[in-house]
Design a protein around this ligand. Structure first.
Ligand code: AMP
Ligand code: MG
Length: 365
C-alpha cells in the first residue's frame, strides 16, 4: 500500500503551488538569521554575555521588613542566597527559638556553651562597645527588656521591686567569651537585638561583594547598608525619619559604601494614661527606658555591627556623653535629634546632607 502511494507521487507530474516557493525562501532567511545571531553570541566572552541585571527582594525576618536591591551579574541568585543567610542568622540569634544559640545560653544555668561563629562575633563586638560606652550598651539587660514587655508586645510598667530584683543580673563584664565558648553567670540572660541587624547587614554585604556586586542597597528595617554608588555613579540618597512624625523624613544623606543605622524612640514604644512614652531602649543602670533627652540617634560608618551597637549606646548616653565618645573615638559620624526638636550633625556629614524638615540643625566639630 505504502509503496504504491510513493510510486504514484513520483509517477505523476505535480503542479507546485506558489506558496511552496515563498515558504522555502522564508525558511532559508530564518536559518541565515539564526546562524548570524549565534555566531555573534559566541564571539563574546562568557563574562560579557552575562548582562548586569537589577534584582530586588523583600523578606520579613528579625521582626522587621528587609528590602535587598542589587545590580550585577547573578544579582538574583545572590539575593536568594542572602535570604537563606538571613533566615539562618535569625534562627541562631532568636531569643524565643529553643534551637537558637541565644536560647541555649539563656538556659545554661551558669554552664559554658559553645556557640556559632556569628553569635561569638556579635557578642565580641557588643562587649567592645559596652567597654567604650561604660556599659550604656549591655546585652545582659534582656531580663529588663522582657519585664517591660518589649520582647512579646505585652507592654507593662514593672514594679520598682521587679526592676531592683533584675538589675543585679545586668553586667556585661561578667560575660566570659573564649573563642566560641560563652559562659554567663547563673541568672544572667542576653539578647543581641541591639546589634544583630547591623551584623546581618555586614554579612549580606560581604556575600554580595564576594559574588561580584558593586552596587547595592540593603534596608533592614531602616538600617541601611550600601555597596558602591547608584548605577549612574551618584551617591545613594538615604533618608532619616523624623522622630516626631516618623512617616515623614527629617533629612537625606549622600552615602557611598557606608552604613547608616538609627535607634529611635518611635520604633517600639507604649504610652501610659498620661501620654508618657516608654521606649524599647533600656538604661542598663536604672532599668527604665533611656531618657536622656535624645529621641533619635543615627550612626554613619563602615561597619554595621559597630554602628548598630553605637546607635543604641549613644542613644542611652545622651547628647553630652555621645559627643565625647565621638570626639575621643572617631571613625564614625552621627546625627541625633533632641526632645527639644533640634538636629545635631557631625562635621564629616556637613557637605552631604539636605535638611528637609523645619527643625534647626547644629553642626558639631
Ligand atoms: P536598637 O533598635 O538597635 O537600638 O536595639 C534595641 C533593642 O536592643 C531592644 O529592642 C532590646 O532588645 C535591646 N536593648 C534595649 N536596651 C538595650 C541596651 N541598653 N543595651 C543592649 N541592648 C538593649
Ligand atoms: Mg542598635
Amino acid at each position: 500500500m505504502f509503496i504504491m502511494k510513493v510510486n504514484s507521487v513520483f509517477s505523476k507530474p505535480q503542479r507546485i503551488h506558489p506558496l511552496f516557493y515563498i515558504r522555502i525562501v522564508l525558511l532559508l532567511l530564518t536559518g541565515i538569521l539564526l546562524l548570524s545571531c549565534s555566531a555573534s553570541e559566541n564571539s563574546k566572552s562568557p563574562a560579557l554575555s552575562k548582562k548586569p541585571i537589577q534584582a530586588e527582594t523583600d523578606v520579613f525576618a528579625m521582626d522587621t521588613f528587609i528590602t535587598l536591591k542589587a545590580y550585577g551579574p547573578d544579582a538574583d541568585t545572590l539575593l536568594e542566597s542572602a535570604k537563606d543567610r538571613i533566615a539562618a542568622l535569625e534562627k541562631l540569634l532568636s531569643v524565643t527559638d529553643s534551637d537558637s544559640d541565644i536560647w541555649k545560653l539563656n538556659h545554661a544555668n551558669g554552664q559554658s556553651t559553645t556557640v556559632g561563629e556569628d553569635t561569638a562575633a556579635i557578642i565580641r563586638g557588643a562587649i567592645e562597645i559596652s567597654t567604650l560606652t561604660d556599659g550604656a550598651l549591655d546585652i545582659s539587660v534582656y531580663p529588663l527588656v522582657s519585664a517591660w514587655g518589649f520582647t512579646t508586645g505585652s507592654y507593662q510598667i514593672p514594679t520598682e521591686d521587679t526592676i531592683q530584683s533584675l538589675l543585679p543580673y545586668v553586667n556585661y563584664k561578667k560575660i566570659v567569651l573564649d573563642a566560641l565558648c560563652v559562659t554567663l553567670p547563673y541568672g544572667m540572660q542576653i539578647d543581641l537585638g541591639a546589634a544583630a541587624k547591623g551584623y546581618t547587614g555586614d554579612v549580606i554585604a560581604a556575600l554580595l561583594r564576594e559574588g561580584g556586586i558593586s552596587s547595592a542597597m540593603l534596608n533592614l528595617g531602616g538600617n541601611v547598608h550600601t555597596i558602591g554608588t547608584k548605577q549612574d555613579g551618584s551617591p545613594w540618597k538615604i533618608a532619616i525619619a523624623n522622630p516626631f512624625t516618623p512617616q515623614t523624613n527629617l533629612l537625606t544623606l549622600d552615602i557611598t559604601n557606608e552604613v547608616v543605622i538609627t535607634s529611635g524612640n518611635y520604633e517600639r514604644y507604649f504610652t501610659d494614661e498620661n501620654g508618657k512614652r516608654y521606649c524599647h531602649i533600656i538604661d542598663s543602670k536604672t532599668g527604665y527606658p533611656a531618657d536622656h533627652g535624645i529621641v533619635s540617634m543615627t550612626i554613619v560608618g563602615d561597619n554595621g555591627l559597630t554602628c548598630d551597637a553605637l546607635s543604641t549606646a549613644l542613644y542611652v548616653m545622651g547628647a553630652e556623653k555621645a559627643i565625647e565618645v565621638w570626639q575621643e573615638t572617631g571613625g564614625f559620624e552621627m546625627i541625633f535629634v533632641t526632645e527639644d526638636k533640634t538636629i545635631y550633625l557631625t562635621e564629616g556629614l556637613s557637605d552631604r546632607y539636605t535638611n528637609i524638615s523645619n527643625l534647626p540643625l547644629i553642626i558639631l566639630s
